[in-house]
Design a protein around this ligand. Structure first.
Ligand SMILES: Nc1nc2c(ncn2[C@@H]2O[C@H](COP(=O)(O)OP(=O)(O)O)[C@@H](O)[C@H]2O)c(=O)[nH]1
Ligand SMILES: [Mg+2]
Length: 190
C-alpha cells in the first residue's frame, strides 16, 4: 500500500499533536511540547492510501532539522488557532516555508480549537476570515477537544481527495514517482 507523505506545521501550541493524537487514539490530553518530529500513520474514510504524517515542532530552534521534512511532501497541514490575533500573517509565515520547499504540496489550512470560549461569540466572523484566504488552500475547522475521532476523520478526509495516484501511479496528471524523486518542480494547483 502506498502512503501520502504529509507534514503538519504551525506555531508551537497551535494544537498539532493534540489533533493527531485524537485521530490516532481518540484521546485528548495535555501533551508536552513536541521535540523535533513525531511520526504517525492515519487512515481516513474514502482514501485507499494511508496518510504518513510528520508532526513537526513549531519551536524555531529546530528549524534546520525540520526543513528537511518539507522536501517533496505531497500534502501539508498548516495549523492555526481559531482565535489567533493575526491569523493571516501566522498562516503566511508557514505557507511561505512550504512554497519554498515543496511547491507541489496540497496545502490544507487547519483551523484548530474551535471549541474555545474565545471563539464562541465570533464563530461566523472567524470562519469568514479564514475562508477569505482563498484557494488553493483547503480550509477545515476542527477541535481536538470537542470532536471525536470519527468526526475529525470525516472532516479531514476530503482535503486529501485526488491526491492518490491512480493504478498507473499517475496523480493529477503528474507521475507521482517524479514528484517523490524531486524530478517534478512545477506547481500543481489542486
Ligand atoms: N480548547 C482546546 N485546547 C486545545 C485543543 N487542541 C489542543 N489544545 C491545547 O493546546 C495546547 C497545545 O497543544 P499541542 O497539541 O501540544 O500543540 P502543538 O505544539 O501544536 O503540538 C495544549 O494545552 C492542548 O491541551 C482544542 O481543540 N481545544
Ligand atoms: Mg506538538
Amino acid at each position: 500500500m502506498d502512503t501520502i507523505k504529509t507534514i503538519i506545521i504551525g506555531n508551537s501550541g497551535a494544537g498539532k499533536t493534540s489533533l493527531i493524537a485524537r485521530i490516532v487514539s481518540d484521546q485528548f490530553q495535555h501533551n508536552s511540547a513536541t521535540i523535533g518530529v513525531e511520526f504517525n500513520m492515519l487512515s481516513l474514510p474514502g482514501l485507499e492510501n494511508r496518510i504518513r504524517v510528520w508532526d513537526l515542532t513549531g519551536d524555531m530552534r529546530f528549524t534546520e532539522i525540520i526543513s528537511l521534512y518539507y522536501r517533496d511532501c505531497e500534502a501539508c497541514m498548516i495549523a492555526v488557532e481559531a482565535f489567533d490575533a493575526n491569523p493571516r500573517s501566522t498562516f503566511m509565515k508557514w505557507y511561505t516555508k512550504v512554497l519554498e520547499n515543496s511547491p507541489c504540496a496540497r496545502v490544507i489550512l487547519v483551523v484548530t480549537k474551535m471549541d474555545d470560549a474565545r471563539v464562541h461569540p465570533h464563530q461566523s466572523s472567524i470562519r469568514d476570515t479564514f475562508l477569505s484566504f482563498q484557494e488553493p488552500f483547503r480550509t477545515v475547522f476542527l477541535s481536538a477537544k470537542s470532536m471525536d475521532e470519527a468526526e475529525l476523520r470525516q472532516t479531514l478526509a476530503p482535503c486529501f481527495y485526488g491526491l492518490e495516484p491512480d493504478a498507473r501511479g499517475i496523480y493529477r496528471g503528474v507521475d507521482v514517482r517524479d514528484v517523490r524523486a524531486g524530478r517534478y518542480s512545477c506547481c500543481v494547483q489542486s
